[in-house]
Design a protein around this ligand. Sequence first.
Ligand code: ATP
Length: 112
Amino acid sequence: MGYATKGAIILLKTEPSIQVQAAIAVIMTIAGFYFNITSTEWIAQTFCIGLVMGLEGMNTTAEAIADFIHPDFHEKIGHIKDIAAGAVVITAIAAAVVGFIIYTPYVVALFE
Ligand SMILES: Nc1ncnc2c1ncn2[C@@H]1O[C@H](COP(=O)(O)OP(=O)(O)OP(=O)(O)O)[C@@H](O)[C@H]1O
């Protein structure tokens, strides 16, 4: 747990994409309290946040390994980095859809 916590702190301190995702996670958590979302919605939201940020960490790992193995430009390194980033995008799209499904009724209710 000590090394893992150290790794999570490194990610949060050094990775801009993780920092942006952490900021979005804080905003969504505030929104969750503001709209008083249900337990099931909290579970879905928390799972999405963990999934996107966890996979972003794995993407960073893939990039670091690729750069270590082959620091110079190479078509295959580019391919590896592209598909690692693509995996994050897939989860981010799914998370955005979940967020849309959760919050649309609450936002619509604000204007009724
Ligand atoms: N050594 C390389 N050889 C070939 N293409 C590369 C190489 N390094 C990066 N690229 C290309 O540049 C893109 C961005 O790579 P980079 O390592 O800068 O990731 P990043 O911008 O830090 O990504 P993320 O925001 O997901 O952390 C890659 O997806 C790949 O297409």
